[in-house]
Design a protein around this ligand. Structure first.
Ligand SMILES: Cc1cc2nc3c(=O)[nH]c(=O)nc-3n(C[C@H](O)[C@H](O)[C@H](O)COP(=O)(O)OP(=O)(O)OC[C@H]3O[C@@H](n4cnc5c(N)ncnc54)[C@H](O)[C@@H]3O)c2cc1C
Length: 338
């Protein structure tokens, strides 16, 4: 196993924040984790597991051990005429996995095209986009328990998935290293066109005539037109979650701001578009030093060069405060602040 000390994390976080970790272990098998456990390395210090750190904002140096799971590989566990059960190791890139499944006409994750990061991170916040969430195809995962030093399995229900949420962000935060994720994919054509931007692209076309690669291409095009590429402008995607509020609150806001987007998600709850709220507060395209709000998508905060984690965080606090003042709605960060 490759353990490095005084490890520079700047190339390993998509915000491009210049921070160090006390040490970093790049692991290539569960055996490496057993070794770290037996040597007491997982118990004596703070541990942070990262994939591409495309959903993390580092405020300062990390005084502990960073673990990077690098295990690659995929395996078909079983298949029949209509579906395939695919096990994927944590170190695979999510978007390469989408390519792989699209090439084989295995339906289920094509709407999650172009999401950065590794497969091991996908269940942590139940990644989602364009009307699909990981939980829709998630079968189970295998993880290393850093408290007990053993490998355990979680099925879909046990992961407690919610909107950008799971038990791994709550009671089990920081306890498990995801080793692999198993998905149930369909071999039968199954386009998910629930999201308006996608419906518009395929307007007038029969669903049976839409191929999986056409959906992937459409989603890639929409994403590329709206979201900054972290290779070019440093960012971590949506910085805030879309707030879920009581439907009564949403209705009140609608009378005051008739154009406010409101999505009813249950009998009593509605979701608001955080990007719209931020834009109405005048933040879109604003910049304080090298920390800024993207000019095409107000939900995305960016590092134009030398912003520190604190610069980005302070900007996010200002945004939160102005949304609270104007709309009485409290934004929650989607990004993990370390
Ligand atoms: C341009 C851009 C667009 C994005 N679009 C979307 C989107 O549409 N939908 C969406 O849901 N997200 C989106 N994201 C956020 C991000 O890509 C996802 O959350 C992704 O799953 C993070 O993967 P990662 O490997 O970078 O994880 P990291 O950022 O490294 O880690 C995220 C969390 O997972 C934990 N973690 C990582 N790997 C493991 C592991 N193997 N075992 C246990 N814990 C682990 C970390 O400790 C941390 O809590 C976007 C980000 C960017 C930069």
């Amino acid at each position: 196993m490759n353990i490095k000390t005084d490890f520079c994390l700047k190339p390993f976080n998509t915000f491009g924040i210049e921070v160090m970790s006390k040490s970093c272990a790049q692991i290539t098998s569960s055996g490496d984790l057993f070794e770290l456990f037996e040597a007491g390395e997982l118990q004596k210090q703070e541990v942070l597991v990262i994939g591409e750190a495309s959903n993390i904002l580092f405020l300062t140096h990390f005084d502990g051990l960073v673990i990077m799971p690098l295990m690659r590989g995929k395996k078909v566990i079983s298949e029949n005429e209509s579906e395939v059960i695919l096990k994927v190791n944590a170190g695979e890139y999510w978007n390469s996995l989408v390519d792989y499944t699209v090439e084989r006409n295995w339906w289920g994750i094509e709407n999650l095209s172009l999401i950065p990061g590794k497969v091991g991170a996908a269940p942590i916040q139940n990644i989602g986009a364009y009307g699909t969430e990981l939980k829709d195809v998630f079968e189970s995962l295998e993880a290393f328990d850093m408290k007990k030093g053993e490998i355990v399995n979680f099925n879909n229900e046990e992961c407690g998935f919610g909107y950008r949420n799971s038990i791994f962000k709550n009671e089990f935060r920081g306890r498990f290293v995801v080793l692999s994720v198993t998905l149930r994919l369909s071999k039968l054509s199954n386009p998910n066109l629930n999201y308006k931007a996608i419906t518009d692209v395929f307007d007038g076309k029969k669903t049976t005539e839409i191929s999986i690669s056409e959906i992937r291409d459409a989603i890639n095009k929409i994403r590329e037109s709206k979201l900054p590429d972290p290779q070019k402008i440093k960012n971590a995607g949506s910085f805030f979650k879309n707030p879920v509020v009581e439907s009564k609150t949403a209705e009140q806001l609608k009378t005051e701001y008739p154009e406010i987007p409101v999505y009813k998600i249950s009998n009593t709850k509605s979701k608001l578009a955080a990007g719209w709220l931020i834009e109405q507060c005048g933040w879109k395209g604003k910049r304080i030093g090298d920390a800024g709000v993207h000019d095409k998508q107000a939900l995305v905060l960016v590092n134009y060069g030398t912003a520190t984690g604190k610069d980005i965080f302070d900007l996010s606090e200002k945004i939160k405060n102005s949304v609270l003042d104007k709309f009485g709605v409290e934004l929650q960060r989607e990004v993990l602040v370390v």
